[in-house]
Ligand binder design. Sequence first.
Ligand SMILES: Cc1cc2nc3c(=O)[nH]c(=O)nc-3n(C[C@H](O)[C@H](O)[C@H](O)COP(=O)(O)OP(=O)(O)OC[C@H]3O[C@@H](n4cnc5c(N)ncnc54)[C@H](O)[C@@H]3O)c2cc1C
Length: 427
Amino acid sequence: MTDLTRRKLLASSASVMAGAALASTSNANAQGAIPQVTAGTSPRPAPAIIQGLPDVLVVGGGAFGAWSALSLLEKGAKVKLVDAYGVGNARQTSGDETRQIRAAYGEDEVYSRWAMRAYDLWHQRQDEFGRGMIYDNGVLSANEPEDKLAVEMDIFNRLGIPYEVIPHDELVRRWPQGRWDDVEYALYEPKAGTVKARESLIAVSENFQAKGGEVDMAHVMPGAMSGGTMASAVMSNGEDITAGSYLFACGPWIGDVFPDILAGYIRLRRSEVYYVGSPAGDTRYTYREFPNMWEPHAGAYAMSDIDYGYKVVPRFGIGIDPTDDDRVPSSFLMLKVYDYLRQRLPGLVDQPIVASRVCALEISNNHHYIIDQHPEASNVWIAGGGSGHAFKMGPMLGEYISDRMLSLADDPELRDLYAIATHAPHA
Ligand SMILES: Cc1cc2nc3c(=O)[nH]c(=O)nc-3n(C[C@H](O)[C@H](O)[C@H](O)COP(=O)(O)OP(=O)(O)OC[C@H]3O[C@@H](n4cnc5c(N)ncnc54)[C@H](O)[C@@H]3O)c2cc1C
């Protein structure tokens, strides 16, 4: 860490913790988990780092929270990460087997830029963790409307992102295992593909702990806010948990955690994911030989087999309760999986579904992320609203959120884009 960064961190730690380091009551202290500081015992609260308190308590170990926790720690903060069900749990939106990484985002250039930076970071982290996390099998976007494609090509040209527009005959030649009757052309991104989801988060959590971060399982809600800060958060057993600042990255639950300011801001959709087994020893549908398919107009999108099954995600839109609903796939959508395979990969039509997941998709009204401070407490940060495209950005989100929280960088354009005020409840 440079001296400059360290100085900035300490300055920001002191400022975000002013007042907030004064804990109210804390039985956690009795357990030895978090030392207690009683309100009023110190005329001017020392930074929590000196008192043994975490600088930052991160609530939620999904893509937003886990990567932010690691990044905050690496920038010098003392960080505790808690999740109600554990990092990589089956209820979280990040808890599936895989997620896609691609840079085509229509006219939203910022996400194309972020996706490319995230792509490089995934590779760096993969090398650092010594664990397979990203597969460069490329992504084909089939039959995108011409005006959208033109905008994306323009952005790719400006940002130096490699791509090809592949006509029908060439698709047939390059990927003969596919059926391309309905595809006139496809945008091919070679610097794109698949990232492991749940497994990557477990790797992040392990790396975070190896570097000195603390991970715990607890359900945590915001505590009382006064004087522009929040002194402590509250665990479901009633105990307070105290830190200098707080990051709530609660995925589909974020609206319930902050009903006063986010009620109606996040729409939840049940999303079923199916993995269809490749025939034994057949590599044609795997990441080795076939790219991912992005084709919402076909009623599904798909990702090649990373030795877990060929993934098909049919488009569907009913609500879900992320806490209480059973995650059992529906027979109706299984039929849609085979409709898609008949259309695109007929060689898999006779193969069985070997695994499935039911995920809670959390969508903001404008599909942009929400990353902002709580309007009543400057030491409380909120991050979420992934809107079906946040997992790929994990390492980038970690960099960005940690920079914002530690006052190391703050791009005004992004600050506005992700501000709560830029969003609204769903109509
Ligand atoms: C089917 C599907 C496909 C997708 N495909 C892609 C894709 O291809 N590419 C892509 O980039 N993105 C994709 N996404 C989106 C991406 O997965 C999400 O945007 C991202 O995983 C959201 O991460 P999160 O950290 O906000 O939420 P989560 O992963 O849900 O994490 C939130 C965590 O907070 C915890 N929590 C909640 N409340 C509390 C509380 N009060 N106390 C303690 N802990 C709490 C939960 O237990 C949970 O672990 C997809 C999403 C779905 C559903």
